[in-house]
Design a protein. Structure first.
Length: 163
């Protein structure tokens, strides 16, 4: 977790406010697993359900009038998080949390909006097994993938539903 990245700071603030137990991952102290450097994730979140989450925050902006729920990630994000899920094993699943920063005048359902230090966010999650199943190459040049909008809408959930 990088404290200078407002999306991650806002998500951590959300977890604290909701009293959800978590560990922020310090990238500077990440472990090297089997001599392979794995792309780090941001939080280990302990759920009240059976599943605990390995969370990678993906910050995106949302603007009124023509905005979209962007959900692209890099292939390295996807592969690294998938490997971490294998390292942690049973009881842990990997989760992309898209932290959408809303424009102040952007309409959004109040029950999914989190207000944090003069900004508004919507936190929405997709488990990586579902993400991987429907991911399509977005940009070969940049190594990015995304889920088609229809599939993303089927699997994305407000973060409160997953915790």
């Amino acid at each position: 977790m990088k404290s200078h990245i407002h999306y991650e700071t806002a998500f951590e603030s959300y977890l604290r406010e909701k009293q959800v137990p978590y560990v922020a991952v310090d990238e500077a102290k990440r472990a090297i697993f089997r001599d392979a450097k794995l792309k780090s994730f941001d939080f280990i979140v302990y759920s009240s359900h059976e599943t605990n989450w390995l969370v990678d925050i993906k910050g995106r902006s949302w603007a009124p009038g023509g905005g979209r729920w962007e959900n692209w990630v890099t292939q390295l994000d996807l592969d690294g998080l998938d490997q971490w899920q294998g390292v942690f094993g049973a009881g842990f699943r990997a989760l992309f949390v898209f932290a959408y920063q809303l424009a102040l005048d952007a309409p959004a359902p109040a029950d999914v909006v989190y207000d944090a230090s003069r900004s508004r966010y919507v936190f929405a999650g997709v488990p990586i097994d579902q993400y991987r199943q429907f991911a399509r190459v977005r940009s070969p040049k940049w190594g990015t993938v995304n889920m088609p909008t229809r599939d993303f809408a089927r699997f994305v959930r407000p973060i409160a539903d997953l915790l």
